[in-house]
Design a protein around this ligand. Structure first.
Ligand code: FES
Length: 155
């Protein structure tokens, strides 16, 4: 009979389709799911710890690659490294916790100043004056082989 399938042909095609489903769907999931997993915040090199003597916080602009799904983008951010006389370090965000304006260190006043609503933060990032509800965010950091690394994340 022309145009009709034999029972054998139907069995072969059905089995092929079934095997394609059994192996194809998991393979597709394995290919797609990792692209949508949230990436762990990377450790970004800030510099040699000796470049940050105790005293006033020093601004450092960092650039790193971040993957969001299928997209890899370059992120630039500024942090302040504050070294204490006891050798401990703090790495602070330069983003004000009130309305996300960039703060800057004012040497004369020994404080971070936010120009948007005239707020001040002390050298540890604590609010001294103005409307910010929280201190400046602090990033996790580590020192390895004399180099300072910071883990940037959405704080
Ligand atoms: S944004 Fe900094 S005080 Fe308002």
């Amino acid at each position: 009979m022309e145009g009709s399938m034999t029972r054998r042909e139907w069995m072969v095609k059905s089995l092929t389709a079934l095997l394609a489903l059994i192996y194809g769907i998991p393979a597709l999931v394995m290919l797609v799911v990792p692209a949508f997993r949230r990436q762990k915040p990377p450790w970004v090199k800030v510099g040699n710890v000796n470049d940050f003597p105790a005293g006033e916080p020093k601004a450092v602009t960092l650039s790193y690659q971040r993957r969001d799904g299928w997209v890899i983008r370059t992120v630039r951010t500024t942090v302040y490294v504050a070294a204490k006389p006891d050798g401990s370090l703090k790495v602070l965000s330069n983003i004000c916790t009130h309305a996300s304006c960039a703060v800057r260190w004012e040497r004369e006043r020994k404080a971070f100043f936010c120009p948007c609503h005239a707020a001040y933060f002390d050298a540890d990032g604590k609010v001294m004056q103005g409307p910010p509800p929280r201190p400046l965010p602090e990033y996790p950091h580590k020192v390895e082989g004399g180099l300072l690394y910071v883990q940037l994340e959405n704080v």
